[in-house]
Design a protein around this ligand. Structure first.
Ligand SMILES: [Zn+2]
Length: 243
């Protein structure tokens, strides 16, 4: 586990079926968990909470950036262990309640993979238990942790990124990834609306790029300085290749 900025902890790339980062944010009322890893990750995340000398009951809220197996996989177990409030975007609620509705995109390859994906969802390491969020939010909402919700649809309809304007960091979720230390758009196979996913990256860069220096991702290492500038350079590349 490492502290990215004071109070923001990266639980680490959870060694699981899909390597993914989970974050802890310490604030006045306790700790908020952002995303929950794949199924079976709850113990590791709770151990990270323990390493901060906090109890499961100190976890006040769990924010889900989007309802993918690697982000909400251990949500139910963590909810059970902590009693925390669960938060997501209003549009994503449907997918938290019905994880089976998340499917590969309607591309030829995606359609071919849909039955295999549905089958894989039956295995314990991919089986997501449904859960109703306690609270839902929309773009621009301000949360008590200091986050502003940024709706970044495309990868999923209700995907959100979290901006902390005061501490100048962004939790991007899967709106953009940094695999291998290179920024990239979400994978088309699991992005039903690729065009919107690119517009979401544009939004993060152009509308909010001046508001954060540090960015952390669902996939890939953090960017610790000038992240807004890096997002803008990537956006220029992304839209150049599209025209
Ligand atoms: Zn992911």
């Amino acid at each position: 586990m490492q502290e990215i900025v004071p109070g923001l902890w990266d639980v680490g790339e959870l060694a699981s079926a899909v390597p993914v980062h989970v974050y802890l944010w310490r604030w006045a009322e306790g700790v908020t968990i952002v995303d929950t890893g794949t199924p079976g990750s709850a113990d590791k995340i709770l151990a990270a909470v323990g390493a901060l000398r906090l109890q499961p009951s100190d976890v006040k809220r769990i924010i889900i950036t989007h309802a993918d197996v690697d982000h909400m996989g251990s949500l139910k177990a963590l909810k059970r262990a902590t009693g925390a409030q669960v938060i997501c975007h209003t549009v994503e609620k449907e997918f938290l309640e019905n994880p089976g509705r998340r499917k590969p995109a309607k591309t030829p390859l995606g359609l071919l993979l849909r039955p295999i994906f549905a089958l894989a969802m039956q295995f314990p390491q991919y089986r997501v238990e449904p859960l109703s969020p306690d609270r839902t939010h929309v773009d621009g909402d301000k949360l008590p942790e200091g986050f502003t919700i940024i709706h970044t649809p495309g990868h999923t309809p209700g995907h959100i990124s979290l901006l902390h304007p005061e501490k100048r960091f962004l939790i991007a979720g899967d709106a953009i990834h940094n695999r291998g230390g290179t920024l990239g758009a979400p994978p088309p196979l699991f992005t039903p609306d690729v065009e919107n996913s690119h517009l979401s990256i544009w939004k993060l860069a152009k509308k909010y790029g001046n508001n954060f220096d540090v960015a952390v991702f669902g996939h890939g290492p953090p960017i610790r300085e000038k992240a807004g500038e890096a997002f803008n350079s990537f956006t220029a590349q992304l839209f150049e290749t599209e025209t």
